[in-house]
Design a protein around this ligand. Structure first.
Ligand code: CAA
Length: 260
């Protein structure tokens, strides 16, 4: 059982009947989504698909960071082909296709791939101090796990463009008003658990079909955009600007982009 296994980057528990809680647990790297972490998430979710005792799952992080995005150190030397074909893509696919209700309980920073992970969940509960953003542009990159599409679908073109072109963050309240998060709570953990309990008591078959139908409404038209984004994100792995953006982040300085 995945639930009783020990993972390197995740904590797994069952806070109440029917609810699986997955806690991202790499605090020293601000829960950056390295391949190891995504692989563990894939394994847990794949097992939860067939585990009838799991009716609903919560994905959460720490009090200061949900997840700071893809692991910038791990990405530093990747080629465009590696970015297109590495195992991370298959992990994202398993998360997107998870058929049971997924709740993101978000405290602190929820950035880049972290925000993309939250947006793959069905309900997002944000702590009052949570902060959302797609800061890839500051690294000479763009979102690569659906962010350009899902954020635009959630908050509309005006707000999505502003967030993606500037890399500026949104507060929990702004994210709620824009339609990115389902609700803001003083205690996101408790509230997510309350919602998970309510959901877990419902018919699993009805939940599955409801999720599928709402996802179709929200994402049914996005397939072409996902493919374009993925190729464009991979293409940028060939640029000097991306190397400069990553070096600048790691050296804690401002990048100098040249358009090459
Ligand atoms: N990947 C790898 N390491 C990261 C990281 C990341 N995404 N985010 C933070 N870290 C590391 C830092 O390098 C630092 O390591 P050292 O202690 O060895 O220097 C450590 O975590 C602590 O980071 P900070 O000192 O920056 O912590 P902070 O609390 O002051 O700030 C933060 C937190 C605002 C989240 C800041 O760390 C930050 O801006 N992180 C990067 C966010 C980002 O650009 N995300 C996008 C990644 S690209 C992406 O996600 C692509 C995609 O679409 C799939």
């Amino acid at each position: 059982m995945a639930k009783s296994q020990t993972f390197q980057d995740l904590l797994i528990d069952t806070p109440c009947e029917g609810v699986l809680r997955i806690t991202l647990n790499r605090p020293d790297a601000r829960n950056a989504l390295r391949t190891q972490l995504l692989g563990e998430l894939r394994d847990v979710l794949m097992e939860a698909v067939t585990d009838e005792s799991v009716r609903c799952a919560i994905i959460t992080g720490g009090p200061k960071v949900f997840a700071a995005g893809a692991d910038i150190r791990e990405m530093a030397d990747k080629t465009p082909v590696e970015a297109m074909t590495d195992s991370r893509q298959a992990c994202w696919q398993v998360i997107q296709d998870f058929p049971k209700p997924l709740i993101a309980a978000v405290d602190g920073y929820c950035l880049g791939g972290g925000n993309e992970l939250a947006m793959m969940c069905d309900v997002i509960v944000a702590g009052a101090g949570a902060t959302f953003g797609q800061p890839e542009i500051k690294l000479g990159m763009i979102p690569g796990a659906g962010g350009t599409q899902r954020l635009t679908a959630a908050v509309g073109k005006a707000r999505a463009m502003k967030a993606i072109l500037t890399g500026e963050f949104m507060s929990a309240q702004e994210a709620f008003e824009a339609g990115l998060v389902s609700e803001v709570s003083e205690n996101a953990q408790e509230r997510a658990l309350d919602l998970a309990k309510i959901i877990a008591a419902k018919s699993p078959i009805a939940l599955r079909l409801a999720k599928e139908a709402v996802r179709r409404a929200a994402e049914g038209g996005l397939a072409g955009g996902f493919a374009l984004e993925r190729k464009s994100a991979a293409l940028l792995f060939a640029t000097e600007d991306r190397k400069e953006g990553i070096s600048a982040f790691l050296e804690k300085r401002e990048p100098k982009f040249k358009g090459r």
